[in-house]
Design a protein around this ligand. Structure first.
Ligand SMILES: Nc1nc2c(ncn2[C@@H]2O[C@H](COP(=O)(O)OP(=O)(O)OP(=O)(O)O)[C@@H](O)[C@H]2O)c(=O)[nH]1
Ligand SMILES: [Mg+2]
Ligand SMILES: [Zn+2]
Length: 325
């Protein structure tokens, strides 16, 4: 029998059958997908083959095959730097929730996320959530960031999940699709799912007053069927985004505004650092490329991965003055 994985806790997987029942399944033996070394062999969104276990009183099953994935989005696991964690698979679009200051989201984090989505060929949309909390300064910061990303071509939405602003527009974009919410803990992913489907009552928690960070309320990725013909995968907040191995020459291809200009660089292997007649540096000087994007690019190029854990709330805050050049 074939089903779709709605939740994975590591040892048990909730699979929705073709008839629409939810069956708790285990994995049979060990199996690996070709070329993927991940901490989790099966992810939410996977299509699997399973057999029902006849011996048990409750309905359980064993999974013996994963169908090939259309795509998947991964992050490097923070502790085991060589391993990756598959957040979800077979998704049509991913929404990154961003808050300006509660909690703060850095441009470096946003850009790492976007690079990952570009690399895996998944459309990414930016959601600026908690717009009801913005003051004069943070509103300015939010609008500036939105401008930067819209210029590049990313769709942006302004939402207040608690005041139900902008939610209908989002729903429209989700019809007929599998979408995923991502972002730091506390940005309001689960609150936004509740705003779209109040009957779900997903657990949410206020962010810590002191640290201005979320409390990691959602602990496992889970998919939900929504009443307007849409599916959403709510995910646990992520601290940082380690970029999975990329060749230095590949990276600028995942910055769409760099990619457009690349052919105009003097050297076709230009890494846009110190090379003469670099079209990207020229665009930067003319303010046609945002400095925050260029800085993110350099960090990824330098393999600056450990950094994000310490400076995420530090000097490269999304809305800091340096990035507003
Ligand atoms: N003012 C305001 N508060 C919001 C909004 N969206 C979410 N919140 C609040 O932000 C806090 C965190 O929301 P959650 O939905 O738990 O955040 P999350 O992103 O799911 O967090 P994790 O599950 O930890 O990753 C809660 O207190 C929400 O009520 C919003 O649009 N405006
Ligand atoms: Mg949550
Ligand atoms: Zn160049």
């Amino acid at each position: 029998m074939t089903g779709l994985v709605y939740k994975s806790t590591g040892s048990w997987y909730t699979v929705k059958s073709e008839k629409g029942d939810f069956i708790e399944c285990r994995m049979k033996g060990k199996f690996r997908m070709k070329g993927i070394k991940s901490t989790n062999p099966i992810a939410v969104g996977d299509i699997v083959d399973y057999e029902l276990e006849e011996t048990s009183d409750t309905l359980t099953g064993t999974i013996h095959k994963i169908h090939e994935r259309k795509n998947y989005i991964v992050r490097k696991s923070v502790n085991l730097s060589k391993q990756i964690h598959i957040i979800a698979s077979n998704i049509d679009q991913v929404f990154l929730l961003i808050t300006i200051d509660n909690p703060p989201t850095t441009t470096s984090f946003i850009d790492r996320f976007l690079v990952t989505a570009e690399a895996y060929g998944i459309e990414a949309v930016l959601i600026f959530n908690k717009i009801d909390t913005l003051n004069e300064q943070t509103l300015d910061d939010q609008l500036y960031l939105q401008h930067v990303y819209q210029e590049i071509g990313y769709k942006c939405l302004r939402i207040s999940s608690t005041e139900n602003k902008g939610v209908d527009k989002l729903k429209e974009m989700m019809i007929g699709k599998v979408s995923m919410f991502s972002g730091h803990s506390g940005v309001g992913k689960s609150t936004l799912v509740n705003a779209m489907e109040p009957s779900l009552h997903l657990k949410t928690t206020v962010i810590s007053e002191q640290s201005k960070q979320g409390q990691h309320t959602t602990t496992f990725a889970e998919m939900y069927d929504l009443s307007f013909d849409a599916r959403i995968i709510d995910t646990p907040g992520i601290k940082g985004f380690g970029i999975v191995d990329m060749e230095p020459s590949e990276i600028s291809g995942y910055f769409p505004e760099f990619f457009k200009l690349k052919d105009q660089c003097k050297f076709n292997n230009c890494l846009h650092k110190e090379e003469p007649h670099c079209a990207i540096k020229a665009a930067l000087e003319k303010d046609e490329i945002a400095w925050s994007r260029y800085n993110s690019y350099l960090k990824i190029l330098e393999g600056d991965e450990e950094h994000y854990r310490t400076d995420i709330y530090g000097d490269d805050r999304a809305a800091s003055d340096e990035t507003r050049k």
